[in-house]
Design a protein around this ligand. Structure first.
Ligand code: ADP
Ligand code: GLC
Length: 485
């Protein structure tokens, strides 16, 4: 089977969050399955290339219509294991400081940037003669690909048998633009109907995918249900979702167990595994306390956070409560995003330098050390399509403290019995509930045997991609077969 993955980010080339971990991991896992050939398309952002990867020009250029103009696309390529990665280049669109936004907010031409990318993927695949059985698209940035396949490219024989599968990583970001974007994208007004591309008078890239993709997936079973049946989770698309209910599947994300392995993690001073976690985690905690200028004290509970700073993640709730717990807990937060939240976290750290550390920005190495050195990992998300951080934390023996929503609910078990629990969970991201679970954590931490039982449960979990990758491949087959009919 020939699989084309189109995404706006993939680790290790470009990453802002879990989307990149997932697209990168899936490309690798699919490529190792039997009888598959995998090509991954990404935009060539400013900092892509260099380092371990030397990109080669893929030769030639092609033109992409954007409204009544044309824009030029060129490509470069790198072989990444069995995956051929193609980068769509256009300096005007992609050679910028950020991937989606600059300090002032989202780029105003994100519609053009990603309609250009989406169409360039379809033209690019033709250019290299890769005729996919399935195109696997991710989030709104590639939402127009399924729509193009069934409209502008409907009569293109190259794609006559190509199916599309669209994966929702976060329905809160939809790519909504005014109706003029329809023309920039090259669609006809005939497609501007509520059943097709129109959405509240404009065009919504994610909705376009939900309408036109052959099959739809999202990243956990619980989120699949939340976005259909709970309007506050569907962000206006629950109606569209329900319409496709028989074509929607929740497939739980995994993590790359090679990248996230405390036994071989070179970012840690010394590795550890299930048998040696007590010594290993104590060393990692001590090193982290020293690195960040915190009090070196094994009896304080070290609470870690590695996160986008976004309303979704509920960190404002944690921030409100943190001062109440500073006699028992230390807080380490690594994150970037919302400047207001960053300022508040920075201020708390300044007032309590021995108990709170805040590092702003994106730092892969520090992230690893936080997972390793933390006793608990706090993630009181308001919603969480899947969440990878809680799984990484569990693999590193840091007990997650989560809300029972989306993928958090599907991966973290907590029923008050340490032997059946691998973390802590609350029903709502509210100060009262979080306060009470943190209080419980403080009392349990002294009870080493029970605590260690939970850590072992967490570390033993199966977070690998195996089963989920199989589920995707099965769906790809179904989607491809449908197109053969
Ligand atoms: P989301 O995709 O919503 O941001 P996930 O939990 O699915 O949340 O994935 C987050 C991924 O991004 C994890 O790999 C996490 O370690 C990483 N991450 C988030 N913020 C940072 C940061 N500031 N520095 C380094 N890694 C980060
Ligand atoms: C999104 C979601 C997150 C999920 C990730 C990868 O960023 O917010 O919950 O884990 O995508 O699917």
């Amino acid at each position: 089977m020939k699989i084309l993955i189109a995404a706006s980010e993939a680790f290790p080339f470009c990453k802002t969050g879990g989307l990149a971990d997932v697209t990168g991991a899936l490309a690798q896992v699919f490529s190792r399955a039997e009888d598959t050939e995998v090509v991954l398309f990404l935009p060539r952002y400013r900092n892509v290339g260099g380092g371990a990867f030397s990109l080669k020009a893929a030769g030639g250029s092609f033109l992409i219509p954007v409204g009544n103009r044309v824009e030029t696309a060129t490509m470069s390529r790198v072989q990444w294991g069995k995956v051929a990665v193609y980068f769509i280049e256009n300096p005007k669109y992609f050679d910028r400081p950020g991937m989606y936004r600059a300090a002032g907010g989202d780029y105003e031409d994100n519609d053009e940037r990603f309609l250009f990318f989406s169409r360039a993927v379809l033209e690019g695949a033709k250019f290299i003669g890769f005729k996919p059985d399935v195109i696997h698209c991710h989030d709104w940035q590639t939402g127009l690909v399924p729509a193009y396949l069934r409209t502008l490219y409907r009569i293109d024989s190259f794609y006559a048998k190509t199916a599309s599968v669209f994966t929702i990583h976060n329905i809160a970001y939809q790519g909504m633009f005014p109706k003029e974007t329809l023309l920039k994208a090259g669609f006809s007004w005939l497609d501007f109907t509520p059943e097709r591309l129109e959405f509240y008078g404009g065009i919504n890239f994610m909705k376009s995918a939900l309408v036109f993709a052959d099959l739809i997936t999202t990243v956990s079973p619980t989120y699949a249900s939340e976005i259909q049946y709970r309007p506050e989770f569907g962000h206006g698309l629950d109606g569209v979702m329900k319409h496709r209910t028989s074509d929607l599947f929740g497939i739980l994300n995994g993590i790359d167990e090679e990248i996230w392995d405390p036994a071989t993690d070179t970012f840690l001073e010394r590795g550890y595994e299930l048998k040696s976690f007590q010594r290993g985690k104590a060393a990692a905690k001590k090193a982290l306390q020293n690195e960040l200028g915190l009090e070196e004290n094994k009896d304080l509970i070290l609470a870690g956070v590695v996160s986008r700073l976004d309303h979704q993640k509920g960190l404002d709730v944690l921030l409100k409560l943190a001062p109440e717990f500073l006699d028992k807990l230390q807080f380490v937060v690594l994150g970037s995003g919302d400047p207001g939240l960053a300022d508040a976290l920075g201020a708390l750290a300044l007032q309590n330098p021995k108990r709170v550390a805040f590092r702003s920005g994106f730092d892969e190495a520090l992230a690893h050390r936080i997972y390793g050195g933390s006793d608990i990992f706090v993630m009181p998300s308001r919603f969480e399509p899947c969440g990878l951080s809680q799984m990484i934390a569990m693999r590193y023996g840091a007990l997650p403290v989560v809300t029972r929503t989306g993928g958090l609910k599907d991966t973290v078990y907590y029923n008050g019995e340490p032997k059946d629990s691998n973390g802590f969970a609350i029903d709502n991201p509210e100060a009262g509930e979080l306060r009470s679970v943190l209080g419980h954590i403080v009392s349990l931490f002294g009870w080493r045997e029970n605590w260690n039982l939970m850590v072992r449960n967490a570390m033993r979990g199966d977070y690998a991609w195996g089963k989920s990758a199989e589920a995707y491949l099965k769906l790809f087959n179904i989607a491809a077969q449908r197109r053969q009919l």
